[in-house]
Design a binder for this molecule. Structure first.
Ligand SMILES: C[S@@+](CC[C@H](N)C(=O)[O-])C[C@H]1O[C@@H](n2cnc3c(N)ncnc32)[C@H](O)[C@@H]1O
Length: 247
C-alpha cells in the first residue's frame, strides 16, 4: 500500500512511523509512506498557505489552491481522505475497508480548518477521530494510518493476531496475562495455565463476552443481533452470565 500525506507540517511524521511494526512494514515494502509539504505549492515570497476567513472571525483558513495543486501533482488513485471533527467517526470497520486499498491519500487541516471547497471537491471522504478538536489533522492521520497499516496482510507477524482483537469480532478482547504466574499477590487465571486448549478457549470466550457486556453494552447489543442464533457454547456462557446478574 502507498500512503500519501499532504500536510503543512510533514516533519510531524518523522516520529510516528519510524518505530516498531509500522517501521518494519515499510522496510518489508508492505507500506510506503510519502509526505508532501503543501507549502511547496505556495507561489508568493512568504509561501502563504492560509488566509483570514471570508465573513470575518478568529483564526486562519487553509487556502484551496496549494492543497489542490499538491494533491493533483502526486495523486495516483484511491480515496482522498480529509480528517476533520465533522467526519464519520473512525472505527475498525473503516480501518478494514481502507486496508484493502492499494493507495490512500490523507489531507491534514490546520488552524481554523480548510477552505470548504477542499472538502466538497477534492476529498472523497471525511473521517473524524472523535468528538474533540485537535490542533491539526496530523495526529489523526498518524492514528488512522497505524490502524490501517497493521491490517495489511503480512504486517503483523502472525496472520491471526488481529482476528481476536477488540472490535474485529464485534466483542472486546479477553484479558491477557504473561509471566510470572503470580505477580505481587495477583495470580494469573488458572485456566490459562491449565494447558487445555478447550479450557483456555472457553475462558477467553467467557471473558470476552463478560467484558463487552460490562464495559460496552452498546457493542454487545449489536453483536447479539448479528450473531443470532447463538452457538451452543455462547448460549451456555450467556446463561451463566445471566445467573451472575449481568444480563
Ligand atoms: C483546530 S482544527 C479546526 C476545527 C474547526 N474549526 C471545527 O470547529 O471543526 C484544525 C484541523 O485539525 C483537524 N482535526 C481537529 N479535530 C479533529 C478530529 N476530531 N478528527 C480528525 N481531525 C481533526 C482537522 O484537519 C482540522 O481542520
Amino acid at each position: 500500500m502507498i500512503i500519501d500525506i499532504y500536510s503543512l507540517f510533514p516533519e510531524y511524521f518523522r516520529g510516528p512511523f519510524t518505530s516498531s511494526i509500522i517501521a518494519r512494514a515499510q522496510k518489508a515494502h508492505l507500506a510506503e509512506i510519502h509526505t508532501h509539504n503543501i507549502r511547496d505549492a505556495a507561489t508568493d515570497r512568504h509561501k502563504t498557505c492560509d488566509d483570514s476567513p471570508y465573513g470575518g472571525g478568529a483564526g486562519m483558513v487553509m487556502k484551496a489552491e496549494p492543497v489542490f495543486q499538491t494533491v493533483e501533482q502526486f495523486y495516483c488513485g484511491g480515496p482522498i481522505i480529509f480528517l476533520a471533527p465533522q467526519g464519520k467517526v473512525f472505527n475498525q470497520k473503516t480501518a478494514e475497508r481502507l486496508s484493502s486499498e492499494n493507495r490512500l491519500s490523507f489531507i491534514c487541516g490546520h488552524y481554523e480548518g480548510v477552505d470548504e471547497r477542499i472538502i466538497q471537491h477534492l476529498a472523497t471522504e471525511v473521517i473524524s477521530l472523535g468528538d474533540f478538536v485537535l490542533t491539526g489533522g496530523e495526529p489523526a492521520v498518524a492514528v488512522v494510518a497505524d490502524a490501517v497499516i497493521r491490517l495489511i496482510p503480512g504486517v503483523l507477524g502472525n496472520e491471526n493476531s488481529s482476528a481476536d482483537e477488540s472490535h474485529t469480532s464485534g466483542l472486546l478482547e479477553y484479558p491477557q496475562y504473561t509471566r510470572p504466574a503470580v505477580f505481587r499477590e495477583w495470580a494469573a487465571p488458572t485456566e490459562l495455565l491449565s494447558g487445555s486448549h478447550a479450557e483456555i478457549f472457553r475462558w477467553r470466550r467467557r471473558q470476552s463476552l463478560r467484558k463487552t457486556l460490562l464495559l460496552r453494552p452498546d457493542m454487545f447489543t449489536i453483536w447479539r443481533q448479528i450473531n443470532s442464533p447463538l452457538t451452543k457454547e455462547d448460549t451456555k456462557i450467556l446463561a451463566e452470565l445471566n445467573n451472575e446478574g449481568l444480563l
